[in-house]
Design a protein around this ligand. Structure first.
Ligand code: MG
Length: 396
């Protein structure tokens, strides 16, 4: 049963400032959920990382909103329900609408504790949940990979030379898939420059992410159709989050597949987007969709529809990165995701086994139970704030 939860805040400096259509930041405000659970075999800790950023720019949620809804609503609901499993936790949190990133972080911490108590890896658990390959009771479910193809995301650069230099360094590090951020006025030129200076699709896979920045453009297709000749893997989220019809119409004018990120907030919204032809690829971010269980459901329905998926990133520490590696081990994660080595973002990670990139451009899926990594000793000393909530204090 869930016995207590600690909420920790950290302000971690990024190795370099992150620039997208949503803005610029050089420090990642991190919110971690630390759950304590007990069961017949003993006690276990679990960890979940909230995907929310410091500002409500990527989505409506932000760190302070996540903290507030956890304190006032989600944790009291969990403790009142005396939850004993992740499915019970998920059901208890349904009293709150939205706030998917907050729910996902709590769900992951509860699931991690549960799996550590049972001695089961998160990747194997998610593979078991996936319908892929499941032929009946007792079937182990989808086979999961041992290693995941890594990808690197590069923000909007101050100049083409800066961009070429940054991407060139990542290729030397071993990455074979690169995503760059684009926005109106910074789209075709950077793609053409990268292809000219660093090589074609045989050297590295390239894709672009607009973060909805073509929403106000009179004719987005006029800006984006020239990209069709550049051999891109996909164009991610060109239009607004809720503009599925616009994405469908734009997709009919482009030969490059459209991928949706911000638009997909649940398995149901993914089903609608696919049915409308609004996307040919889905970026799955567990935080954005309310957790890893929902992410598996999206993986499965996309597999049924022949839509490949990949795992997006939210500048995670080693805690969130380890869980994302477990998810990306599922078979329909057939496009390399935004899962990079820890050193891409951090001078010093907060887990004992930070993700590292192998020369073949892959990262190992953690082997231990639960998310498979442990936080460092002394994490509390790096936290800017922490609060404990105990199941026994409900009603005081
Ligand atoms: Mg994106």
């Amino acid at each position: 049963m869930l016995a207590g939860v600690e909420l920790l805040r950290l302000d971690l400096p990024l190795r370099e400032p992150w620039v997208s259509a949503h803005g610029v930041f050089s420090t990642r405000e991190v919110l971690l959920v630390h759950a304590l659970a007990d069961g017949p075999t003993g006690c276990a800790e679990g960890w979940g990382e909230c995907a929310a950023l410091g500002e409500p720019s990527y989505s409506e949620e932000y760190v302070e909103s996540a903290l507030d809804v956890m304190r006032r609503h989600l944790l009291p609901a969990l403790f009142s329900a005396r939850v004993g499993s992740v499915w019970e936790a998920r059901a208890a949190m349904k009293v709150v609408k939205g706030h998917r990133m907050a729910k996902s972080a709590i769900e992951t911490a509860v699931l991690d504790a549960e799996l550590r108590l049972a001695g089961v890896r998160l990747a194997d658990h998610l593979g078991g949940l996936s319908r892929l390959g499941s032929t009946g009771p007792g079937d182990a479910g989808a086979a999961v990979r041992r290693r995941v193809a890594a990808g690197v995301a590069v923000g909007i650069a101050p100049s083409l030379d800066h961009l070429i230099d940054a991407v060139g360094r990542h290729l030397e590090e071993g990455y074979r898939r690169v995503k760059i951020k684009i926005r109106p006025g910074w789209d075709l030129d950077p793609v053409v420059a990268l292809r000219k200076e660093l090589g074609g699709p045989d050297r590295f896979a390239l894709q672009v992410d607009a973060n909805g920045s073509y929403a106000g453009v009179a004719d987005p297709a006029a800006s984006l159709t020239p990209l069709d000749e550049q051999g891109l893997v996909l164009i991610e989220q060109p239009l607004a989050d809720d503009d599925l019809l616009g994405h469908a119409a734009l997709g009919r004018r482009l030969s490059t597949p459209i991928c949706l990120d911000e638009s997909i907030v649940s398995a149901r919204s993914a089903a609608v987007a696919v049915a409308l032809g609004a996307c040919g690829v889905v970026n799955v971010k567990p935080g954005r969709v309310g957790g890893y269980l929902e992410a598996v459901a999206i993986h499965d329905l996309c597999a049924d529809e022949g839509v490949p998926v990949w795992c997006g990133g939210m500048l995670e520490t080693g805690v969130g990165r380890a869980a994302n590696l477990a998810l990306a081990a599922l078979p329909n994660f057939s496009i390399p995701g935004d899962i990079s080595a820890s050193s891409r973002y951090w001078w010093s990670d907060i887990v004992t086994e930070p993700a590292t990139l192998a020369p073949d451009g892959t990262i190992a899926v953690p082997l231990g139970p639960g998310i498979g990594v442990d936080v460092i000793d002394g994490l509390a000393a790096r936290a800017s704030a922490s609060e404990w909530f105990s199941a026994g204090r409900v009603g005081e």
